[in-house]
Design a protein around this ligand. Sequence first.
Ligand code: GH3
Ligand code: MG
Ligand code: MG
Ligand code: MG
Ligand code: MG
Length: 319
Amino acid sequence: FLKKPFNQGELLTYLLDYFNEKITEGSVLVVEDSMLQNETICQQLRLKNIQPVSAKNAVEAMRYLLSGYDVDVILMDIFLPQYTGYDLISILKSDERFITIPIVGLTAFRQKDILSEILDLGADDFIYKPYNINEFFARIRANIRISKLIKRLKETSEKDYLTGIYNRRTFFHFLENLSALSIRENKPLSFMILDIDYFKKINDTYGHDVGDFVLKKLAEIVLKMTRRSDIFGRYGGEEFCLALPNTDLYGACLLANKILSTIAQTIITFKNNKTISFNITISIGVSEFAKDMNIDELIKIADNNLYLAKENGRNRVYP
Ligand code: GH3
Ligand code: MG
Ligand code: MG
Ligand code: MG
Ligand code: MG
């Protein structure tokens, strides 16, 4: 519904929103070695507003998924050259990154145990060729629904509700991986804890909703200042943590000081019935990972350094 009178810009925005919503019912990675069949399936999907991506073998499919592109469902021919659908299902279902993407097996071979084998291997659904087109789409849509539901659940279980950044559990899961990678590739890894100074006073002076607003604002600022490969999470109440792969203590301190001064210079404005503006400061404890260290020690060092930063006047970085 669009209210008259509207200008062209409004109309355009409206139409774009409308189409974006209508067009993408989901995306399906079609792994099929027969290019004729592959193209036919892709065309059928497009007609039903489902975005297809085509791969003609397992390697192409893997390359596509590893590039980080997001698909809702994988539709997979079982008999592929070189690596079969059996191989690909095994690989995908043992990889944490892809385990939740529903796989729909596809084959024309009606030999004895193919369906049960494929499902037991980890596929989520199965379609025989030639298929009834209505059943085909009903199954694809059912799997898209499941896929989207899983994504929603993942999002809520991995992220902190207030700030939208990673929660503590997810952060430390990533940090474990990063520490293993740091050892394997012999690359530095740094860690820091950021803690708001006298945050209790903000809550006490302005109220809890202002406190919450400050937490969101801080998360937003820090997130903008980090790289895509950095991991940023909420450690606890008003404490945040940041993991920096490929970064040594010196580099981490440079960033920490930059964050520190950016925060101190930011005027936080909260608008309610009346507008309040104020500044906050934070303190940061930094540590660098070493081969003979475990994660607990890495955190302990940063925590001690944070304590020193607080003791020595706050609004400072301690390495
Ligand atoms: P310091 O400079 O020593 O860090 O002092 P501080 O007041 O920041 O530290 P303290 O640990 O004494 O207090 C932290 C406060 O953070 C207490 C708690 O009520 C508040 N807090 C924790 N989680 C939340 C939250 O989600 N929202 C709000 N508004 N406040 C929170
Ligand atoms: Mg085939
Ligand atoms: Mg604290
Ligand atoms: Mg604090
Ligand atoms: Mg404290």
